[in-house]
Design a protein around this ligand. Structure first.
Ligand SMILES: *[C@@H]1O[C@H](CO)[C@@H](O)[C@H](O)[C@H]1NC(C)=O
Ligand SMILES: *[C@@H]1O[C@H](CO)[C@@H](O)[C@H](O)[C@H]1NC(C)=O
Ligand SMILES: *[C@@H]1O[C@H](CO)[C@@H](O)[C@H](O)[C@H]1NC(C)=O
Ligand SMILES: *[C@@H]1O[C@H](CO)[C@@H](O)[C@H](O)[C@H]1NC(C)=O
Ligand SMILES: *[C@@H]1O[C@H](CO)[C@@H](O)[C@H](O)[C@H]1NC(C)=O
Ligand SMILES: *[C@@H]1O[C@H](CO)[C@@H](O)[C@H](O)[C@H]1NC(C)=O
Ligand SMILES: *[C@@H]1O[C@H](CO)[C@@H](O)[C@H](O)[C@H]1NC(C)=O
Ligand SMILES: *[C@@H]1O[C@H](CO)[C@@H](O)[C@H](O)[C@H]1NC(C)=O
Ligand SMILES: *[C@@H]1O[C@H](CO)[C@@H](O)[C@H](O)[C@H]1NC(C)=O
Ligand SMILES: *[C@@H]1O[C@H](CO)[C@@H](O)[C@H](O)[C@H]1NC(C)=O
Ligand SMILES: *[C@@H]1O[C@H](CO)[C@@H](O)[C@H](O)[C@H]1NC(C)=O
Ligand SMILES: *[C@@H]1O[C@H](CO)[C@@H](O)[C@H](O)[C@H]1NC(C)=O
Ligand SMILES: [Cu+2]
Length: 574
């Protein structure tokens, strides 16, 4: 009888723990302690204290298998409020551990601790974790690697080794002050001083050569590069001299392999790349190759960090001649829209028997969201943004105002007055979104805390419509709680009649962050089967800080498996 019971449970693949959390029998639970500390780091000849996890920058890598659970106990030993987010993890029914401050939790205050329960489900590949409070994520981030479930394997030949590549952005200044100053004056935040590969700026910056990240490779082997764009404000081109790259996954979902000389990756996105170490090792001048990243930033009159970060691929069996510099790879120019667009157009889901596509073929609802950079009038023209006004940003002309207690708590406990439910389904005013010289009166927006409530199991399409208000720009829109299919992208104004005809409903990429093209649009689809409170925002941090944010509340479904889990007992108080 006992044996029969076990085999029935194995058949269904679930065991019931405490009658609440159903956890697949093949899954493992992993435990980590994360201590938030202020740690001195020196970069670019400049020493400052930065926020770290366990003293590390970038922070520790979390490794799990598909379907596992990871428990992270966070102890805040620093002088800052902090929260952590598990970027790209759907967290089924568990927004309590999702992390964005004042959306799903109050911050973990100095001296306090909080335990996050990270529920992996469909994710397989590379994603990452980062702070989701203020601009703390500049230094508080790390990779998450989700391996195939035990007994299954990659849909490509097993790589010899893997190399995590975390692209970041470094300020010599105190990052909290950079954003606080910008929000006080209304001006653009000061740009960063460097980009980094695994925390190191690389050979092209002052005082940086000794620390440059170096990956040793062996001729004839294939490596899996797990690339994360953890930069705050910049989309990046990335390439390796002398080598082509084969893209096999993005945002913890496999893609049809395609080979390319460079990638374009937005903040928030991840890419899995195969690197074949296939260059001759006999020529001593050629056993080191630079990998490099630089900005893709095509907005007019918007300043950005125009520097290049590098790291080194070194063949262990070659002879290194340290007086010869490795070659730099070709990187497209910062404003090369065509290169960025054609790279992104190559991303397609694997759509195989083991990794099928489940894109809604029909939708219940389409929400169109205009994505704009704006101004807010400043009393007596006393701000330092354009026209002496304050810079702002909006979705459907609402600039999100963070509440004082979190939306999830207010929703769960029926606390009124925290948010409204009036986030519109359409831009409130239709104009030629992508035209030059738009009327100045359109540039203004207003602050409000409006959410959008969705019925459980709605098949939803969201069309992001970029606008040319103030400065048209690529916007990497990120949704919490879901991965979504990117069914279409295009330039100009979205046409609800014609554009759906060109959608990819066969093998669209499954992502958690989509780059909405400058003066263009992007359409995504997903089924709202994850009840909870889920943040959606531009992953350029300055835009998110200016209000380019929204919140979805997905209601409970009828069955017990379609309802929010109860909150853990130790949610941090506001
Ligand atoms: C950074 O600036 C903030 C705000 O002024 C301050 O509270 C904090 O102590 C500074 N951090 C460091 C490491 O200097
Ligand atoms: C963690 O926080 C709780 C209060 O939420 C406190 O009782 C406990 O002592 C703390 N644990 C540690 C190790 O600091
Ligand atoms: C390196 O230092 C020199 C001299 O101090 C300075 O002129 C230059 O701008 C610095 N370069 C970088 C990339 O920081
Ligand atoms: C060897 O190095 C020289 C000098 O850099 C270069 O011209 C040549 O192409 C290299 N040969 C091979 C086979 O890589
Ligand atoms: C860019 O800045 C220049 C100089 O300030 C100005 O003349 C020009 O009109 C600006 N262009 C746009 C598109 O704002
Ligand atoms: C390269 O060197 C490593 C150790 O340094 C050795 O184990 C390996 O067999 C060598 N590979 C080749 C192709 O020579
Ligand atoms: C290293 O390269 C330099 C410049 O090409 C050359 O002069 C030197 O002989 C090389 N050293 C060795 C050990 O091959
Ligand atoms: C704006 O200017 C008026 C007149 O100079 C002054 O009375 C008022 O205090 C100013 N308001 C602000 C917010 O600075
Ligand atoms: C909140 O309101 C809903 C519907 O009115 C009710 O079912 C639920 O029990 C309430 N929750 C609390 C914590 O009061
Ligand atoms: C919208 O603006 C674009 C860019 O200026 C222009 O090419 C297009 O014709 C305009 N569309 C309409 C309907 O006016
Ligand atoms: C956005 O709303 C503001 C008022 O809050 C208005 O002045 C502005 O014209 C609106 N812009 C658009 C594009 O709807
Ligand atoms: C830290 O969080 C608490 C709770 O929300 C809040 O009252 C406090 O103002 C925050 N501190 C800072 C410096 O933002
Ligand atoms: Cu943006």
């Amino acid at each position: 009888m006992g044996i029969l019971k076990i085999s029935i449970m194995q058949l269904f693949g679930f065991v019931v723990l405490c009658g609440l959390l159903a956890s697949p029998v093949w899954a493992t639970t992993h435990h980590h302690d994360f201590v938030i500390e202020e740690t001195p780091y020196t970069r670019l000849c400049h020493t400052k204290k930065i926020l770290t996890v366990n003293g590390q920058f970038p922070g520790p890598t979390i490794k799990a298998r598909k379907g596992d659970t990871v428990i992270v106990r966070v102890y805040n030993h620093a002088g800052y409020n902090i929260t952590l987010h598990w970027h790209g993890v759907d967290q089924p029914r568990n927004p309590w551990s999702d992390g964005p401050e004042y959306i799903t939790q109050c911050p973990i205050q100095p001296g306090a601790n909080f335990t996050y329960t990270i529920l992996f489900s469909e994710e397989e590949g590379t994603i990452w974790w980062h702070a989701h409070s203020d601009w703390d994520r500049a230094t508080v981030h790390g990779a998450i690697i989700v391996y195939p479930r035990r007994g299954t394997t990659f849909p490509f030949p097993k790589p010899y080794k893997e190399i995590p590549i975390i692209l970041g952005e470094w300020w010599n200044a105190n990052v909290s002050e950079v954003i606080a100053d910008a929000l006080r004056t209304g001006a653009d935040p000061q740009i960063s001083d460097a980009y980094t590969v695994n925390g190191q700026p690389g050979d092209l910056y002052n005082c940086s050569k000794p620390g440059t990240f170096k990956a040793l490779v062996e001729y004839g082997k294939t490596y899996l590069l797990r690339v994360v764009n953890a930069a705050m404000n910049d989309e990046l081109f990335f390439a390796i001299a002398g080598h082509r790259l084969t893209v096999v996954g993005t945002d913890a979902s496999y893609t049809k392999p395609f080979t390319t000389d460079f990638i374009m990756i937005t903040p928030g996105q991840t890419m899995d790349l195969l690197l074949e170490a296939n260059q001759p090792v006999t020529n001593f001048t050629n056993n080191r190759y630079y990998m490099a990243a630089s900005a893709y930033s095509n907005a007019v009159n918007v300043s950005f960090d125009n520097t290049i970060t590098t790291a080194i691929i070194e063949y262990i069996n070659g002879t290194c001649n340290s007086s010869i510099s490795p070659q730099l790879p070709y990187l497209p120019s910062y404003n090369d829209i065509d290169s960025a667009t054609s790279f992104t157009a190559n991303l397609r889901s694997l759509a195989s028997k083991d990794h099928p596509v489940d894109v809604p073929q029909t939708i219940d609802e389409r929400i169109i969201i205009s994505v704009s950079v704006n101004e807010i009038l400043c009393p007596n023209n006393s701000c330092e943004g354009p026209n002496n006004n304050r810079l702002a940003a909006s979705l459907n002309n609402i600039s999100f105002n963070f509440p004082l207690i979190d939306v999830l708590d207010a929703y769960y406990r029926n606390i009124s007055g925290v948010y409204g439910t009036g986030f519109p389904s359409q831009p409130p005013f239709y104009f030629n979104f992508t035209a030059d010289n738009l009327p100045f009166s359109l540039v203004f927006t207003r602050k409000a805390t409006e959410v959008r409530v969705l019925e459980y199991n709605t098949s939803l399409e969201i069309v992001f419509q970029g606008t040319n208000l103030l400065a048209g720009e690529n916007h990497p829109m990120h949704l919490h709680g879901y991965s979504f299919y990117v069914v279409g992208r295009g330039f100009g104004n979205y046409d609800a009649e014609k554009d759906p005809e060109s959608y990819n409903l066969v093998d669209p990429p499954l992502e958690n962050t989509v780059g909405v093209p400058k003066n263009g649009w992007a359409a995504i689809r997903f089924r709202a089967t994850n009840p909870g409170v889920w943040f959606m925002h531009c992953h350029l941090d300055r835009h998110s800080s200016w209000g380019m944010d929204a919140v979805f509340i997905v209601k409970n479904g009828a069955s017990p498996q379609a309802r929010l889990l109860p909150p853990p007992s130790n949610m941090p108080p506001c």
